[in-house]
Design a protein around this ligand. Structure first.
Ligand code: ADE
Length: 236
């Protein structure tokens, strides 16, 4: 039986989803509240993990160990790395990579993102979840989404030079602060995942202005896609 773990870093990214759940029981681990119940007829656990990679990875491990989730979705906002991706548009992860993991001085094979000892540099998202996320995004905002690489790091990006370096290093189409850590932890546990993000800013010098303005709108729009994904998963 499917059980979907839904992770958002911030309250605004998960609060509307939590409100739509039925038969909810709440439990706390590592300072995170896990809302376990039914969403759109699907068994689901919704949780706010907090910002950054460590919070995100911890959360995935708890979802796997304590809640035995079969699939994981990360919902939230991101900075755009692609001119065509505007505020309010969506990104669905093909894969996710760290932009702040860099051991290249040790070995030329360690390009940015490569974690020494791991067989992959970018953690591949699940084909089924990507396909369902595509249908969900098309329903919520037709034509306004892309499938591509998500780049994550413990840094809010609001500088054109840093943005350009992330693009050059990773080829990613959006940047945020949890996706690759969720992907990494899910990959290690053999649990399929997808990252779905709505663009809140352009990750350049305009980001400081745009982010507070568009954060809530983008986060709620992304939550709507995630909820639609749950609805579609029930019928599969
Ligand atoms: N989340 C939303 N916008 C972001 C940005 N510019 N950098 C990092 N995380 C983000």
């Amino acid at each position: 039986m499917m059980k979907l773990g839904i992770i958002g870093a911030m309250s605004v990214e998960v609060e509307t989803i939590k409100r739509q759940m039925q038969d909810v029981s709440v439990s706390a681990y590592a300072g995170m509240e896990f809302y376990c119940g039914i969403l759109e007829g699907l068994n689901a656990v919704v949780v706010q993990c907090g910002v950054g990679k460590v919070n995100a990875a911890l959360c995935v491990q708890i979802l796997c160990d304590r809640f035995c989730v079969t699939h994981i979705v990360n919902t939230g906002v991101a900075g755009s790395l692609l001119a065509e991706l505007d505020i309010g548009d969506f990104v669905i992860s093909k894969d996710a990579v760290y932009h702040d993991f860099d051991c290249h001085v040790l070995n030329d094979n360690y390009v940015v993102g490569q974690v020494p000892g791991l067989s992959v540099r970018a953690f591949p998202a699940d084909d089924f979840l990507i396909a369902v996320a595509n249908v969900a995004a098309e329903k919520v905002h037709p034509g306004h989404f892309r499938v591509g690489t998500v780049a994550s790091g413990d840094q809010f990006i609001c500088d054109k030079r840093i943005k350009d370096k992330i693009v050059a290093d990773t080829g990613a189409i959006c940047t945020e602060m949890e996706g690759a850590a969720i992907a990494h932890a899910a990959w290690r546990n053999g649990v399929p995942f997808v990252v779905i993000r709505a663009i809140s800013d352009k990750a350049d010098d305009s980001a400081e202005m745009d982010y507070p303005t568009f954060e809530a709108i983008a986060a709620k729009r992304c939550a709507a896609v995630t909820q639609t994904l749950a609805q579609l998963m029930v019928s599969k």
